[in-house]
Design a protein around this ligand. Structure first.
Ligand code: ZN
Length: 131
């Protein structure tokens, strides 16, 4: 990553339209996939989210298999602690959607578990695509 300049002013979090979590798993590890399925079903039963489909091969900037959970600002205070307490060792990327895809996946991202190397070069600086 390039050197990060000192910001003259904070970014207003009101720019965040919604959030993604990306739940990573090893498609060749049945146990890991089972834990990802368990978490998926627990979240679906409890929260108003838009659940993405299973991607058993890398897609977009993501280095390994994952599925996406898309959720609103209102759901954050209950969903994020639930996932923190129930991720069962899975690696999860939590990032805002603020109209700046590259920053949202790097400077603005939070990781649970490990930090995986994303292919951020394919992400636009300003919005259209997401990821
Ligand atoms: Zn995303």
């Amino acid at each position: 990553m390039d050197a990060i300049p000192v910001d003259p002013a904070p970014v207003d979090p009101a720019r965040i339209a919604n959030y993604h979590m990306h739940v990573y798993y090893d498609p060749n590890d049945a146990g890991g996939r089972a834990r990802a399925a368990q978490l998926r079903s627990w979240v679906e039963q409890r929260f108003p989210v838009r659940m993405g489909r299973w991607h058993d091969v890398p897609v977009g900037p993501h280095p390994t298999a994952m599925y996406q959970i898309l959720f609103s600002v209102e759901v954050f205070p209950t969903l994020v602690p639930f996932v923190m307490m129930n991720r069962q060792g899975l690696t999860i990327l939590l990032h805002p959607e603020s109209g700046r895809p590259r920053d949202d996946h790097t400077l603005n991202a939070s990781w649970m578990g490990a930090v995986l190397p994303l292919n951020t070069a394919i992400l636009p600086e300003a919005d259209q695509a997401g990821g």
